[in-house]
Every structure is written in C-alpha cells, then in structure tokens.
Design a protein around this ligand. Sequence first.
Ligand code: F6R
Length: 360
Amino acid sequence: DKGGHRHWMAKEIAEQPAILSDTLAHYLTPQGPALPDGVDFADVDRIVMVACGSAYLACLTAKYWIEGLARIPVEVDVASEFRYREPPLGERTLAILVSQSGETADTLAALRYCKGQARILSVVNVPTSSIAREADVTLPIHAGAEIGVASTKAFTAQLAVLAAVALKAASDKGALDAAALAAHAADLARMPALVAQALLAEPELQAIARNLAEARDILFLGRGAMYPLALEGALKLKEISYIHAEAYAAGELKHGPIALVDEHVPVVVFAPSDALLPKTVSNMHEVMARSGRIVMIGDADSLQTGGDGLWRQARMPQGPHLWAPLLYAVPAQLLAYHTAIAKGTDVDQPRNLAKSVTVE
Ligand code: F6R
C-alpha cells in the first residue's frame, strides 16, 4: 500500500525520518554508538568497503566519516572490480560489504573472495539474505521492504548505520574522547528531524525539476562528503528520468569537465556552509563565468555566501556539517523524482533496470 502516495518512491522518500529514527535507535545511545559484539576496531588497521550502485556511494560517503573520525585508512571499491582484481587483504583488514537486497551477485562474490582472508561485516536490508548469512557479523539497516527500483530509504538507512560504525571505530581506536563521542552521537540523533525539515523543500525542488526536465545533460558537483552525494544525485536522475547526468568533485571541474559548461547544461551544486564552502563557491563562479546555470542546494548561510548570480536555489535546514550527507540525500532524491514526473517516465520501474541484480 502506497499510503496515499502516487509512487512507491515518493512513499519511501517520505518515510525516511521515521526509518532513520528507528535505525539509529538500534545503533546509537546518548553516550555514543551501540553495536553488537564482534564489531571491534581495536586491531583493525585497514578497511575495505565493497558494494554496487547507490550502496557503493554510501560506502564512499562513509570513507569520509571513518577516516576523519577514526583515522583508519578506508578503500572503497565497486564489487565487480574488486572481485576480479583480487586485492591483497590481511588479518588486520576488515571488509565491509553493503547491499540493500543482500543478493547482488558481484557483492556476494566479493564477500566470498574475502572469506578466510579478512574479517567480514555486512550492512544489509534483508536479514535473511545470502550476504547477511555469509558475513561474520551483520548489521541490518531496518529500512523495511524497498519497492521502488531506485534506492532511497535504504541509501539513507545505510548511511545511518555507517555513521554509527564510524563512531564505534573512533571510540575503539581512542581517536575521540567520551565528550566528543557523545557530541557527535547527539548530532547524529538530530538528523531524522532535520531530514523531516528537508522534505519541506519539496515545492522548491519540484519547481527546479521542471526546468531540469528540459535539459539534455546535467552536471552535479560537491566537495568532501558532498562529492559522493553529487554522484548519488546524478545516478538517481539518470536512472529514473533518463537524462544524462555526471558528477564531479568540484575541484576536478577545471581538469576537464568545465569544457562541457554552457547555458544549456544546468550544474547542480550541493554546498552546505562547511569549511569547504569558499572553495565550492569559487568553482561556482567559474561555471557562471562560462554562462553556466547553477542550481545551488545549500543552507541559509551558504546561500547567503554563494547566492549571487544563481539560476535556482533550494534551502536545506542548517545542521551538523559532519552528517550533512543524510540531509542532502533528500534533495538529490526529490530532484530526480520530480524531474522524472515532469518527463512522464516510469518512476518505480525504470526501463532496463531490475531491483535486485542477481546475475553479473
Ligand atoms: C540505485 C540502485 C542500485 C543499487 C545497486 C545495489 O538507485 O538502486 O544502484 O543500489 O544495484 O543493490 P544492492 O544494494 O541490493 O546490492
């Protein structure tokens, strides 16, 4: 039952505040992370994260968190590359496999490659799945069945679990003291309510989407943990609206992609008011100087700083910068959703795609 929504995807986007609260309740207390026995980073000196599609982009986001908070090096790979490259692992390596379905063929093969060579943690939505059963420890994301082919609530629930994992890693490594840990946990606990506020920007995002629907190509930019978010925005848009979209780390713009920029290519920028904002704003100016049309998704402060000369903007609530990816996932999803609606494509069952990719 779509609960009054026109599409499963709309329902699953709207459910996110409630799901994130529930997911975090499983893995977070006011003092810090609460993970099951067997998740211990004390003697882990390297982490490899492996997944496909949006789950891969959740891993890329978590790399910023784990490296930043716990100072453990993290490598992130798409499963189809990892499994055939057969990278060296080791006793002090932890492999983290992330999959909504828990049945993705390449991710399962990557897990089997890790067996006997590294400790294996899985983050899945379906607790009875192959990937859940074959891992040493499994952290369910508790998102409930996801029916829309484009992943939405599973992506943010994966982020929520991986955020708690990052805090646990920082705690085990002694990289954060108790006060800092509790402060980050409190910030994380605020995110479901902030995601609910982000959903209120839907009318602005829908209006922007009507313009995006006329484009043939769209660029997405972000810095820091907003870079994986830009990749997620582009992936979601391609999947359901069939508009060609590409994402770049904003600093890469002048190394090639800026050649694409003209007045016909909208450039969507995810830019909260974090430490990297001045750098992102200068990239936006480079785009504007070439008649590029910027859609800036920011908070009140960053929109104030970067607001001159924007084509369109949408405002997110001000929130903890560390966990901003949870918040900015919402505009990434809603822009894709409403662009697809404007184009009249099949949102819940886009052409050529299957919900679960069980063959390679
Ligand atoms: C994107 C999407 C896909 C999946 C990918 C992995 O919206 O849904 O990219 O994220 O096929 O699937 P799971 O997570 O089931 O392994």
